[in-house]
Design a protein around this ligand. Sequence first.
Ligand code: SF4
Length: 298
Amino acid sequence: MMFNDFPVQYIEPVYRPPSEAKSFILPVTNGCSWNHCSFCSMYTDVQKKFSVRKESDVLTDIQRAGEQLVGVSRVFLADGDAMTLSFRRLLTVLKALNHAFLELRRIGAYCLPRNVARKSVEELTELKNNGLSILYVGVESGDNEVLTRIKKGETAETTYSALQKIKQAGIKTSVMVLNGLGGQVLSEQHAVNSAKLINRAQPDYLSILVLTFHRGRQRFVEAFGGDFAELDSKELLKEMHLFISELNLNSTVFRSDHISNHLVLKGILGRDKPALLQAIRQALSPECELPTIALRNI
Ligand code: SF4
């Protein structure tokens, strides 16, 4: 990609998944329409208050980007839940992107399960046929008590239904689960029920991130109900071990290589399940020095 006078004016901060590092980031909304998850501070700044960008502004950005940027093969639709747009508006954006970038191979976006509830499989399939190839869904947990306490606004069932619909449309699913999200009180049920949900959904990609408080923990602890006790490094790994041991996946790319992770793991599940579990047991052995820090405040 070549950058001249960049065709998009971003409202910072802008987030995207690590795998979209080389993508052209196109904001179609600002912020997140839900914005209640107690662990998430991505869009809490005043300038990130949720709004849908004017269609004409988005189309102008696409046209200018098509004229100025060379070699764009990937596009990520920002911000937190681009899929909140109506089917018609999404289709208009996708068609414009395909027209502007002849080398375009893949379009991705974050997606809340509720975004999908309002779209049919036929509509999602039409979006797929116009280039929408991967959706990133923050599952966070498959345990309904955890989901309630973090104010996710979703249940294991609503998340499963969304992932099923996305798959039926032929769009790839990349899901995130948050290690440590249930604290000590709900750790076991968080791990077991998250694995149950992931087993049902059989996503294409699965990432584990660690619960991290970027702007302090007070908001999260208050929402959780007061009995939140965070996991230390070894407890986080024990929870991850339980989670992976409960997984029964056919062919899912697995990663725990985010900056928040205390142990970097990569593999294909189920093929690499024994090796991943062995690596965690090794990290938990008395000879292995893990950092004694609990949750990071970064
Ligand atoms: S849905 Fe995603 S972006 Fe929105 S508040 Fe929750 S975690 Fe943050």
